[in-house]
Ligand binder design. Structure first.
Ligand code: SAM
Length: 342
């Protein structure tokens, strides 16, 4: 400590404020402020508050905070979206994160409120956050149409943002057919058929999800078709394929369940067939990549799973006869691991 006073702990202060900034983003998104400002030129706080039916004084403070956080532009004429707000924050933006933001506010926020209990108990907190105890995470999500739609929109927004990097991390052109297990809305599947026109792609997911996929299909006329099949990957026959894809699936489960799933895939895989994993891959010492380590806390509060390192995934895969395990860090939110059955 010098005579001029302590050095400001900027990093710590930023973290202390982090939840306030997150909540400002969530509320602005929930009020669809970015949708209202899209294509509408600058609007004054009073006009925004009239459109979204909120108080003028509260809206003005929220808009100012969003502008200071770089989400909006503020000029003497009023507030307008930044370019990135148009692309990522409007609900129909090209790479809209609106679905994941709403999921964060409605679902993850109450779960993270119980992080202390999760850390003390080492287990998920759905019962504390939502007052009930379902046997498995996906039963929680799919018990109501509204929660299911919200969850699928959240998965879709991240899958769409990462699909290109996941699909191109390795050259997959040697594969003729792929099955995306737990493939949800088909966002990755649609990217794969664009990049590999000769690849036949099947999305396999629980019946509740498959019943809801039509809402998320791209509208292009020249899109190659993707096939959707419903089933439980722990119990039902898996569709035949040269390549099995597990994107953000293994991180939902403890090792015991992963062994069940990988042994089922191994049993139907012929030599030369592959598995492609898309996950946030931790470094072996688990000390870098705060995004991935925070995602592991996110898994703690709601699942029995966790994020794993490259060596942990390699070991799980090798125990089921999958070798030549290659890992690509994409720089995007999901990394990619490819291996082949020997
Ligand atoms: N792969 C998608 C992605 O990366 O966006 C979705 C990931 S989401 C975290 C996990 C997916 O696994 C959900 O779509 C869920 O419905 C599906 N799933 C969970 N349990 C399943 C089961 N027993 N059989 C088939 N799919 C399952």
């Amino acid at each position: 400590v010098s005579e001029s006073g302590p050095k400001l702990p900027s990093k710590i202060l930023e973290l202390m404020d982090g939840f306030r900034a997150s909540k400002a983003l969530f509320v602005a998104s929930k009020l669809k402020i970015f949708d209202h400002l899209k294509h509408r030129g600058p609007l004054k706080a009073v006009d925004v508050s009239n459109e979204v039916r909120t108080s003028v004084c509260g809206t003005e403070r929220l808009l100012d905070a969003c502008a200071a956080l770089g989400l909006l532009e503020k000029t003497p004429q009023g507030y307008s979206n930044t370019d990135s707000a148009n692309v990522y924050l409007t609900s129909d933006g090209e790479y809209s994160l609106h679905g994941y933001i709403i999921h964060s506010d409605d679902h993850l926020w109450p779960l993270f409120t119980n992080l202390e209990s999760a850390v003390k108990e080492g287990s998920r907190q759905n019962h504390r956050a939502f007052g009930k105890k379902a046997e498995d995470l996906f039963k929680d999500y799919y018990h109501s149409e509204e929660v299911k739609q919200r969850f699928m929109a959240a998965m879709h927004s991240i899958a769409h943002l990462t699909a290109r990097d996941v699909a191109t991390a390795f050259d997959l052109s040697r594969f003729k057919s792929a099955c995306d297990l737990g493939g949800c809305t088909g966002a990755l599947a649609h990217e794969l058929v664009q990049i590999y026109p000769n690849l036949k792609v099947t999305v396999f997911d629980l019946p509740e999800v498959i019943a809801n996929t039509s809402y998320f299909q791209p509208s292009g006329q020249h899109m190659a078709p993707v096939t959707f099949v419903s089933g439980d990957f722990f119990k039902d026959n898996l569709p035949e394929a040269d390549l099995y894809i597990l994107s953000r699936v293994l991180h939902d489960w403890p090792d015991e369940k992963i062994h069940v799933l990988l042994s089922r895939i191994s049993a139907v895989c012929k030599p030369g067939c592959g598995i492609l994993l898309a996950e946030m891959v931790l470094d072996d010492e688990k000390k870098n990549r705060s995004t991935a380590l925070l995602q592991s806390l996110n898994m703690l509060v709601q699942t029995e799973g966790k994020e794993r390192s490259g060596s942990e995934y390699r070991s799980l895969l090798e125990q089921h006869g999958f070798t030549n395990v290659k890992i690509r860090l994409t720089g995007n939110l999901l990394d990619v691991i490819l291996c082949a059955k020997t």
